[in-house]
Design a protein around this ligand. Structure first.
Ligand code: BGC
Length: 340
């Protein structure tokens, strides 16, 4: 009888241990996603907020970090890998600077998804979720060509070019594709670049930092446009367009036809006010929804939806990608998209 009592107590203890064991394995099963983004432009914060919200709604634990410099981002990635998340999502500050740090992710079998910007020279990258960057470059060139009626002989118009940060692969794709469309018109004389600065290295805005665009637009205005109008500006995104337009305004000059990218709320306002001509909208909810589907598939070990297996070679492999469709937004549709 006495022994039976001890046996009962012992069984209860075993039961309790098993239960607490269950508790800890249930805890281990909480799936975590580490997100490392730049904090350099407003669009990254929007993307981060949207991604975090959707992942949390799906029961993921999200560890999201933003960084201003490559070194800070590398440290954040190292710290994240050490916590062994189920998946990592990275918006690279420098597309080519992460191969070393990602070696460890590969060793630990942590799948890595590149968000918006591809990560170069690494086979640690599993997938790429972005917008169609080639279509963005084409879209900018085609909009400008149509607005100036260049196909039908329009011009001559004075144009100046700006491009994104050299350390971002997207910046090169955007610029090259836009230039493929506009270069013939520079040759024909329908577009005139008075500064002669038409190559990526001459027109890139370091780190996509919009503050870096201010001195250059002022230099251009002072050196080449005191006796002639600057009629067209290629701006690689909305943040930079805002700074360029601000400086043009301060100089008391008329607004040029000017491009943008991202669909920043501030750009919608400028389009409504007739200051910015158009933007190419990259709806954060569209990309993050696709990215979340990709994360879920990767975590469950199944093949995610991809729609491109040819265009994004990162120097080591062709990265399977899902590319969302960007949208041109100008005065004709801005109210419908952004509200009044
Ligand atoms: C993105 C743009 C963004 C820029 C600056 C690029 O890689 O594609 O949407 O405006 O980075 O953050």
């Amino acid at each position: 009888m006495k022994y039976a009592k001890y046996l009962c107590v012992a069984m209860l203890l075993v039961f309790a241990t098993v239960l607490s064991g269950c508790g800890s394995s249930a805890q281990k099963e909480t799936r975590t996603v580490a997100v490392c983004f730049p904090n350099t432009t407003p669009s990254w914060q929007r993307n981060g907020d949207s991604l975090q919200k959707l992942l949390e709604e799906d029961g993921f634990e999200v560890n999201i970090q933003f960084s201003a410099t490559v070194d800070e981002q590398k440290q954040q990635i190292k710290d994240s890998i050490a916590k062994k998340p189920n998946c990592m999502v990275i918006g690279a500050i420098d597309s080519s600077a992460l191969s070393d740090v990602l070696e460890d992710a590969k060793k630990r079998n942590i799948p890595v998804i590149a968000f918006d910007r591809i990560i170069m020279n690494t086979d640690a990258l599993s997938y790429y979720a972005s917008f169609d960057n080639y279509a963005i470059g084409d879209g900018m060139g085609e909009y400008i060509a149509a607005a100036l009626n260049l196909k039908n002989g329009g011009g001559p118009y004075n144009i100046e070019f700006f491009a994104g940060g050299p350390s971002d692969n997207n910046a090169h794709i955007f610029f090259e594709n836009t230039m493929k469309i506009l270069e013939p018109y520079l040759k024909s004389g329908q577009l005139v670049c008075r500064s002669g600065q038409v190559t990526f290295d001459k027109v890139a805005v370091a780190d996509w930092n919009s503050a870096n665009a201010a001195p250059r637009i002022n230099e251009l205005l002072n050196n080449y446009y005191t006796d002639a109008p600057l009629q067209v500006v290629l701006s690689p995104n909305d943040d930079i367009a805002g700074v360029i337009l601000g400086e043009i305004e301060k100089a008391g000059k008329p607004y040029p036809i000017i491009s943008g990218l991202d669909g920043d709320p501030a750009a919608f306002e400028r389009i409504k006010q007739g200051k910015q001509t158009f933007t190419i909208g990259k709806d954060p909810d569209v990309l993050t929804a696709k990215c979340v589907r990709m994360i879920k598939a990767v975590v469950e070990g199944v093949q995610p939806d991809i729609n491109d297996v040819t265009n994004y070679n990162n120097g080591v492999k062709v990265v399977p990608s899902f590319l969302c469709t960007p949208m041109i937004i100008d005065k004709t549709n801005v109210n419908a998209i952004a509200g009044n």
